[in-house]
Design a protein around this ligand. Structure first.
Ligand code: GAR
Length: 218
């Protein structure tokens, strides 16, 4: 993978989006150089290792056992990513808010996937199943996923791509989550990553333009 662009992926859990990137991007359009997790038992770490990718749990404490604040923690992530010269940082089910210092360290190079149609059902407190529960409680008829650039506001950065799914009358948070993961997230995230690595994505203020490719919808 000598001249492929390098990617860092940040996770907190099962890592099915990471798996989609391993299957569709790694070794083909780019190289996942490292996977970092803030959760020790995140299954995504195992997925990475099984694919021969370096995977690290970053504990929330320093060498004396003192708890790190958000900036100090993010500085460790930043150093790990810079050491490997990554062109792109992907938050794939990463459940910790990233501070401004981290955003500033990688301008226009951090993306996040959110399992709803931003600006609905997003922001602080909206993560994982809570998002889908909120969609059902509201009675929305459409949901979906959004890939966006990360800025200092939770889920507030410029939208790169979105795709919708129908909310069905008998949906539970779990069935809606699964449909969005399988039908949207696992397709949309790799396509956006590929487009960025191929230089087909450009931002003007809050508006993001993606030049179409031959083989995907994006
Ligand atoms: C995904 O649905 C992702 O969009 C969501 O967590 C899930 C992680 O699944 N992210 C957020 O809620 C962030 N606000 P995965 O670990 O199987 O990829």
């Amino acid at each position: 993978m000598a001249d492929m662009k390098k990617i860092a992926v940040l996770i907190s859990g099962g890592g099915t989006n990471l798996q989609a990137l391993i299957d569709k991007i790694h070794g083909k359009h780019g190289e996942i150089a490292v996977v970092l997790s803030n959760k020790k038992d995140a299954y995504g770490l195992t997925r990475a290792k099984e694919a021969g990718i370096e995977a690290k749990y970053i504990p929330p404490v320093d060498e004396n056992g003192e708890r790190l604040d958000d900036e100090a923690y993010a500085k460790i992530l930043e150093d790990e990513i810079k050491k490997r010269d990554c062109a792109l940082v992907v938050l794939a089910g990463y459940m910790k808010i990233v501070p401004k210092s981290f955003v500033d360290a990688f301008p226009d190079r951090i993306i996040n996937i959110h399992p709803a149609l931003i600006p609905s059902f997003c922001g602080e407190g909206y993560y994982g199943l809570r998002v889908h529960q909120a969609v059902l409680d509201y009675g929305a008829k459409l949901s979906g996923a959004t890939v966006h650039f990360v800025n200092e506001e939770a889920d507030g950065g410029p939208v790169i791509a979105q795709r919708a799914v129908e909310v069905l009358p008998d949906d539970t948070p779990q069935t809606l989550q699964r449909r969005i993961l399988e039908n949207v997230e696992h397709v949309l995230l790799p396509e956006v990553v590929q487009a960025i690595l191929e230089g087909r994505v450009r931002r003007e203020g809050r508006t993001v333009f993606v030049d179409p490719s031959q083989d995907g919808w994006i």
